[in-house]
Design a protein around this ligand. Structure first.
Ligand code: ASP
Length: 432
């Protein structure tokens, strides 16, 4: 029997076909009166919904199983601190990369004049205005408050509030192992079973991944096209260069020197299906089932580590998003002719770091975070209108970087913890 094409190749082919279909068909193509964009939308939505339905049980079960796998509180503490340090350091490195590039290339200045005078500053569409209004500095406080939900079932009913589910699951897992038998053992078997079932359903959903990816991307390309990009090419290029630098230089260097992984390319190859999925869906959360599967089965990261680090990362670790927020805020400040001194730039860096933690892993989530930064540095919310045209495609790229950084974190932490504890049980990994 002929060998099946590897999943990442299938998805890549679907991506190429989607770009071709979107570009050549445009937004009005139809077959027998049926608009093709609707067909693409249908395919994409089925696939995304199938993944999204897994998020809540997957996050809960994988974090609980991860906590149980770690055993004593000291091990939980070690893993927690390493995870926190990795997430903070890489996010900061990403932001600084963006900050340097945006200062060097100044995409917001065109021909010596603020871009706002050259391009007409767009007005904010009502749908976006509604989404971002009322999100000021208080939003930061609200993020912290949302971590402790007053009703965990209500929080679990909203894919945008996963931080609350994570906190609850961490507590649940921690105290589950401290209750007497038979409760502890029964619960452990239950949650392990839930996790296995979720991974099984993920396998099934992944079979339609190429079709889903085709639908998602073809719809975006057909609706957006490429012409609208031209005036924002400078901004676009700076974001892409920053994302590329972070994922092709910074993170591989960390994999090599902090994680001792000889060939970082192998890690990229193992994670490829998840990265392509992140790119196509623009959602770290929707990609989580696949991120976990690739990390455990293809990259050989032990389950007890992957199932703790990755769900957390999908919500709180967003290197690509933080870089984008910083470049976008600086670009808009340049475009409005606002002078940005050292102090103000420091505020931007800090706010990008903090807000990237609160941003949900869903499409275009950073727009809200950017408005928080804009109000902090004194720019009107309408400024956001300027970058909306390119946001969709940049969202795809930054989401892929977000997921890549999570996976690098899991790989590095796994290596370091096992190096410090050579007797660690590595059998919980399921190699490809
Ligand atoms: N779409 C991004 C993610 O899911 C978040 C964002 O930057 O908008 O990771």
């Amino acid at each position: 029997m002929a060998r099946r094409l590897a999943l990442h190749w299938q998805i890549l082919i679907a991506l190429a076909a989607a770009v071709a279909a979107g570009v050549f068909g445009g937004p009005d193509a139809a077959i027998g009166g049926l608009p093709l964009v609707e067909v693409y939308g249908f395919l994409g939505t089925i696939f995304l919904n199938a993944l999204k339905m897994l998020i809540v049980p997957l996050i809960a079960s994988s974090i609980i199983v991860g906590m149980v796998g770690m055993g004593d509180s000291a091990a939980v503490g070690r893993l927690g601190i390493r995870t926190l340090v990795y997430y903070t350091v890489t996010t900061l490195l990403a932001i600084l990369t963006g900050l340097v590039l945006v200062n060097v290339f100044q995409p917001g200045i065109i021909g010596g004049r603020p871009a706002g005078e050259v391009l007409h500053l767009g007005t904010l569409p009502a749908s976006v205005a509604q989404k971002v209004e009322g999100h000021g500095m208080g939003e930061l406080v609200r993020v912290i408050l949302r971590m402790i939900p007053e009703n965990v079932v209500a929080a679990a009913s909203d894919n945008g509030r996963m931080l609350a589910v994570i906190v609850f699951s961490l507590l649940f897992g921690f105290f589950m192992m401290r209750i007497p038998e038979p409760g502890a053992g029964t619960l452990k078997a239950f949650w392990q079973g839930v996790l296995d079932v979720m991974m099984g359903i993920t396998d099934l959903v992944m079979r339609i991944a190429p079709l889903g990816v085709f639908g998602l991307v073809a719809k975006t390309v057909a609706n957006t096209g490429f012409a609208a990009f031209r005036p924002l090419l400078g901004f676009f290029a700076v974001v892409v260069a920053g994302l590329l630098f972070h994922s092709a230089v910074t993170l591989p260097l960390l994999l090599r020197f902090a994680g001792g992984i000889r060939n970082p390319y192998d890690h990229v190859k193992a994670m490829a299906p998840a990265l392509l999925m992140a790119f196509s869906s623009s959602s770290s959360s929707a990609t989580l089932p696949l991120t976990l599967e690739c990390a455990e089965r293809r990259a050989g990261i032990p389950r007890r580590i992957a199932s703790f680090v990755l769900p957390l990362g999908a919500t709180v670790n967003m290197d690509g998003t933080a870089l984008y927020e910083c470049v976008a805020a600086m670009f808009l400040a340049q475009a409005y002719g606002l002078h940005m001194g050292f102090g103000t730039q420091f505020v931007v860096v800090l706010m990008a770091l903090l807000t990237s933690v609160g941003v949900a892993g869903v499409p275009s989530a950073s727009l809200v975070a950017i408005t928080i930064i804009l109000s902090a540095i004194g720019l009107p919310l309408e400024a956001l209108g300027l970058i909306l045209v390119v946001d969709r495609v940049l969202d795809m790229m930054r989401t892929a970087v977000n997921v890549f950084s999570d996976s690098c974190g899991a790989a590095i932490i796994a290596r370091r913890l096992d190096a410090g504890n050579p007797t660690a049980d590595a059998t919980d990994a399921e190699p490809a």
